[in-house]
Write a protein that binds this ligand. Structure first.
Ligand code: ZN
Length: 170
């Protein structure tokens, strides 16, 4: 059975169709969407503010849904349930108040972190921290952070003594 796009008149395999009953090809549909967005930017804004409001009101669900998508994209297990996502008032790493999701992501925006990245989103391996803490940690291990901290402290000491030396000798 072949399908023909009612807009451009092309049929498969020259154009692709979505699964389901659409009688327009994906190219024509996306052109339509682009056109509509251009004509009515207000609809886009209204939609975005609706989505943002929903996200702010449903933070656990928002984290859950985007983590599920992310897990699929990067190929890690996803077996947590909504109840595994507990949102604290403050960032457990830095102690500042967590900004709700919705709107551009900032350092204090709450985010779901995998404690051991490679294990994925499994029970006991997720916690909600600020985006800043999440970024700094990324997929680092405890041992790596110890080394990083030691390295930085050593470097800091060197620089301080260097600064002291040059100040004295100048
Ligand atoms: Zn078409």
């Amino acid at each position: 059975m072949s399908r023909t796009c009612l807009r451009c008149g092309l049929g498969a395999p020259n154009v692709r169709f979505q699964l389901g009953g659409s009688r327009f090809c994906v190219t024509c549909i996306s052109k339509d969407v682009t056109q509509k967005r251009r004509e009515r930017p207000d609809l886009r804004t209204a939609h975005n503010s609706y989505v943002n409001r929903w996200r702010i009101e449903n933070p656990e669900r928002t984290l859950f849904t985007s983590a599920k998508k992310h897990a699929r994209e990067i190929g890690v297990p996803f077996t947590i349930t909504l109840e595994d996502i507990r949102i604290p008032k403050v960032c457990p790493v830095f102690g500042f108040h967590l900004r709700p999701i919705g709107g551009p992501r900032q350092d204090d925006t709450l985010s779901l972190d995998r404690i051991v990245s490679s294990l994925g989103y499994v029970k006991g391996n997720v916690w909600v921290v600020s985006w800043r803490a999440n970024c700094l940690k990324r997929d680092g291990t405890l041992e790596e952070f110890r080394r990083l901290l030691n390295g930085l402290e050593r470097k800091n000491l060197q620089q301080k003594s260097h600064a002291w030396f040059t100040r004295v000798s100048a």
